[in-house]
Design a binder for this molecule. Structure first.
Ligand code: GLC
Length: 715
């Protein structure tokens, strides 16, 4: 045994305590702040850094490895092309993952990310994006999962669990209510506690329980006027207090605003310190300790939290080392399976899909489909070798490109369709595309919509040129199929004029093959929308977007002292489908919607209260002629309708033709309950509740009543 922490039978916390007691003050402070480990300007890469978001030095005499931190949820990214030529598997966007409603897929793809990170030498993955999609036009919605707290929490938690199973710490981020990107560093998300606990915080709470992430990352925004990275209510009261969170809180990169205040509010590490006004967690913090403003015990706690998280995932005993083996072929197939499960069939008039194989001539148009599939921009962008990189935006002083990942739908369609001829048109020459469409048996047109970190979509429309192209093609060929590659909900003005529409989101390294598989029937689509598609922006709780560039100058601007306040109390915890239910607005496509090439029936809904839990049993049958997957959703509301229906359980079930299965689902008590801010606990009002088995938020199939006893529970 070489190191004192190597005694048999010690817990992660005990090992952390041993190491902490052997560390010098210098070694402790070397872990409390660090610059971005990407060469910026004339700042070279820190000695020992692989080249990624962050590097913290090893403590060799104690057997503690360096911390090499990389982004993010969708694979191992290389921001600023910091590791030229480095390959990585690109998972589909988190929106697509959530569309699978499959926690096992979240865990499987999390394992993939963890395996690749570990083999590249990274022991911290800045993953676990779990913000609720409050703002459908949000620039990073592709990195988040859903508008619903239960779906978000379950999927994020399983993804984090998968990553950490590979001896890599995962974060969960951006804590909390980080709903928009434009002006993200000056926006205060204003939301009362009860609504926050029942929505954004519930997503993080469930994800934290399931995944036990080693670290939490607050966002750039403020919450109720306090910076997320120094928000005592969120970090000390909720996270470390109520939830007893044992890991460490790292700021976002360039999101630290003080030393003592932040340290006392619960921040443990200043990340990306070279992007801040100063390295708060070095000299200013040391001085605060010397003045007695911050105790040495608090400094020790910061380091202890890091150490125990590293030990908890086995990152010390199993140090990640670069250039380990990666089976990219197997990983690409996993990415394809994920995409196959998450593509959503939005429209399929007269069974236009699946397309017949062996056509004489097919035409594929747009979306750089000859090259690959679109990915979202920013720190999460994974760039497999062979990616097409186009100009994107500059943020944090780093160029982030518009990337098409090398999984060509055109070539996959050529392989899958057995068509005699499959032509391709870029789509920028509309006349040429229309001429080719005239002679084709079918047209497959791609509508790509790029979104990025630091930049919200402006409105819900696709580019006008894309809408025009689709309309012209649809007028020319009755079998014009639209494949959307979007970063969130969009409006579809030509919807009535096309027979079929797929939402493929950003489908990752197996996306082209997955799209082709659905189009020609090898794959039976089963994805369900994790976000509502509004019919228009007017349906939103905030029809006008908050744009700092314009908002500041408007009369009556919500800007106070350079901070822009967005009042999310308008909708409160009724985000997405709950807002549509509250306001009685029919969306374009509801939350949970998705078609299949087969049909399912629901029967025998039973509800029973068992002690403190409520269970539902339901029989689902596949009455079609081919295998498929269905995702029954269980919603609930008090018979008195004191709140709108909330998703309280869901399950993905695979069924062969004719097969039926009886499912048993437990309803999440915190969805049944409301938060009582006065008493600081969850309260279930006793009485009658309506339990609904539905195909989506607007398609109830069966319902039953249940009497639930009143109860209060908390921390
Ligand atoms: C970014 C993101 C964060 C990411 C970090 C490191 O600005 O907000 O999600 O992990 O910086 O790249």
């Amino acid at each position: 045994m070489k190191y004192s922490w190597q005694h048999e039978g010690l817990t992660a916390d005990q090992k952390a305590e041993i190491v902490l007691n052997e560390m010098t003050e210098e070694e402790k402070f070397s872990w409390l702040s660090a610059p971005m480990a990407i060469p910026m300007g004339d700042e070279p890469l820190p000695e020992g850094a692989i080249g990624s978001a962050a590097y913290y030095p090893a403590i060799p005499r104690l057997g503690i490895p360096a911390m090499q931190q990389s982004d993010a949820s969708l694979g191992v990214s290389a921001l600023g092309n910091v590791r030229p030529g480095d390959n990585a598997t690109a998972l589909a966007s988190s929106l697509l993952l959530a569309s699978t409603f499959n926690p096992q897929m979240a865990q499987l793809t999390g394992e993939l990310v963890g395996r690749e990170a570990f083999a590249k030498g990274f022991n911290v993955q800045l993953a676990g994006g779990a913000n609720l999609i409050r703002e459908p036009r949000g620039g990073r919605n592709f990195e988040y999962l859903s508008e619903d707290p239960l779906l978000t929490g379950v999927m994020a938690g399983h993804s984090v669990r998968g990553i950490q199973s590979q001896h890599v710490v995962s974060t969960i981020k951006h804590f909390a209510v980080n709903a928009q990107e434009t002006g993200r560093v000056v926006v205060s998300s204003d939301l009362d506690e009860a609504a926050m606990r029942e929505s954004d915080l519930l997503a993080f709470e469930i994800a934290n329980e399931i995944g036990q992430p080693g670290a939490v990352m607050p966002g750039y925004n403020l919450i109720n006027g306090e910076w997320a990275s120094e928000n005592d209510f969120l970090l000390n009261k909720v996270l470390k207090g109520d939830w007893q969170y044992p890991g460490w809180v790292m700021s976002d990169w360039g999101a630290t605003h003080s030393a003592a205040k932040a340290a006392l509010a619960g921040l443990d590490v200043q990340s990306g310190s070279n992007l801040d006004s100063q390295v708060w967690f070095d000299q200013p913090l040391r001085k605060a300790v010397a003045r007695g403003e911050v105790s040495q015990g608090r400094i020790d706690e910061m380091v202890r939290r890091i150490l125990r998280s590293l030990f908890a995932v086995g990152a010390v005993e199993h140090p990640a080392t670069p250039f380990g083996p990666i089976d990219y072929m197997a990983h690409r197939l996993t990415a394809q399976r994920e995409a196959e499960q998450g593509i959503v069939l939005l429209k399929n008039e007269n069974h236009s899909l699946p397309l017949k194989k062996g056509a004489k001539k097919l035409l594929v148009v747009g979306g750089h489909a000859d090259h690959g599939v679109l990915a979202g921009g920013g720190s999460s962008a994974v760039t497999p070798v062979g990616s097409l990189r186009l100009p994107g935006i500059n943020f944090m002083g780093i160029e982030t490109e518009k990337v098409f990942q090398p999984s060509s739908p055109l070539w996959a369609i050529r392989a899958e369709s057995n068509a005699a001829e499959v032509l391709f048109a870029h789509g920028n020459d509309v006349a040429e595309a229309v001429r080719l469409a005239r002679e084709a048996d079918a047209v497959i047109v791609f509508a790509d919509e790029w979104r990025s970190e630091a930049l919200d979509a402006q409105g819900l429309e696709l580019d006008a040129e894309k809408n025009h192209l689709i309309s012209r093609l649809a007028a020319e060929n009755l079998l014009t199929v639209v494949v959307l590659e979007t970063g969130g909900p969009v409006t579809l003005p030509w919807l009535d004029n096309v027979p079929a529409v797929l939402e493929a989101w950003y489908p990752g390294s197996g996306g082209g093959e997955a799209i082709a598989g659905v189009l020609f029937g090898r794959v039976n689509p089963s994805g369900k929308l994790p976000v509502t598609f509004p019919a228009s922006e007017q349906q939103l709780p905030h029809p006008e977007q908050v744009d700092p560039a314009t908002t500041t100058s408007l009369p009556g601007s919500p800007v106070k002292g350079g901070i822009i306040h967005v009042d999310y109390n308008v909708e409160g915890s009724d985000v997405g489908y709950r807002w549509h239910a509250r306001t009685g607005q029919a969306p374009l496509f509801p939350f949970g919607f998705g078609l299949s090439y087969t049909e399912f029936t629901y029967n025998d809904l039973q509800v029973r209260a068992d002690g403190e839990s409520v269970y539902v049993t339901l029989t689902v049958q596949n009455i079609g002629d081919r295998a498929g997957a269905e995702i029954p959703q269980i919603y609930l509301h008090p018979a008195s309708k004191s709140y709108v229906p909330r998703l309280a359980a869901f399950e993905r079930v695979d069924l062969q033709a004719g097969e039926s299965k009886t499912l048993t689902l437990r309803l999440e008590p915190r969805v049944i309950a409301n938060w009582d801010s006065d008493e600081g606990l969850w309260r279930i009002e006793g009485g009658n509740y309506v339990v609904i088995a539905a195909k989506n938020a607007c398609a109830p199939i069966l319902q039953a009543n249940i009497a639930i006893k009143p109860r209060r529970f908390g921390y």
